[in-house]
Design a protein around this ligand. Sequence first.
Ligand code: SAH
Length: 349
Amino acid sequence: MTALADILRAQIRAVGPMPVDDYMALCLGHPQHGYYVTRDPLGAVGDFTTAPEISQMFGEMIGLWLARVWLDARRPAPFRLVELGPGRGTLMADALRAARVAPGFAEAAELWLVETSPALRAEQARRLPAAQWADRLEAVPEGPTLLVANEFLDALPVRQFIANGRGWCEKRIGLDGERLVWGLAPPQPGDCDTPEGTWREESPLADRVAAEIARRIAAQGGAALIVDYGYRAADRPPGFTLQALRAHAPADPLEAPGEADLTWLIDFDRLAAGLAPLASACAPQGAFLGRLGIGRRAAQLAAAQPGAADAVADALERLTAPAQMGTLFKALAAWPAGQPVPPGFEEAR
Ligand code: SAH
């Protein structure tokens, strides 16, 4: 067992079973042993890979999106270009290169990265020397804001509840001897009408981030683009979505705390509601990237480097095919009501 497991056991012995959000916050963010604190988890040798690490085309499409939205907003200068959870900084480096199609964009952009991991901040600094860092969005100075977040919200601590016929019971982590085990808190009295077995996941931190994005952009202009894996009401999964990934394979979330990535699936309808009063639209990642021209970009890259044509085709397939990242991953844009609908969302709801 890990050093973090000892800390978790001691805490559970001292104060009792731990809600899932506290467990997740410690596993991912403990100042010495947290998963994101101790390593760069991304890429082929890490535990998981993300769209910007698969191909430069992903960040480039987001760069074109940012450039278009900036032009449509009549080129605010300066503006805050914010990324939440930038990983290695790959997405933003690719986006800035592509956004050169809009003269003046780079000069007007004041780049802010919201990142808590020292290991990943160091990676980001290598690729984005002009960046400034903040621990939370609230610390980024006010002003017109174009914000991007890819696979960020799914890493924020989530709480889980299940209805047992008498009320909602919160899932918790307790101890069976030395072993970490799942348990349930007694029901919160009140809402005994919910059918038994109904589940709910909610992240107070993700809700707060959404509210802060909405506040800033409603007051000062801009737009947000949030990409993540998740679902709409029509395809809500049958049960809890929290999962652990270790070396690209599913793992038991309680098995090796601090050694595995923990994520959950975003409820995009809840997210859209949390971004009110902004207008918003959601599209499957494949459709979104297709409308921005990823197919044309792939053809260009393949023509420029015939030796890489297979790799480009493979990356295009991974990013856009329904059986791969094309539909499970979704893009959600949010903007002040009354402004033009951002590119890629013209036909989305
Ligand atoms: N967007 C990147 C990385 C996704 S992994 C990509 O697509 O490759 C999640 C990122 O969010 C990491 O950079 C992680 O360190 C960061 N992160 C996780 N929790 C955070 C928090 N509470 N505040 C700020 N950043 C956080």
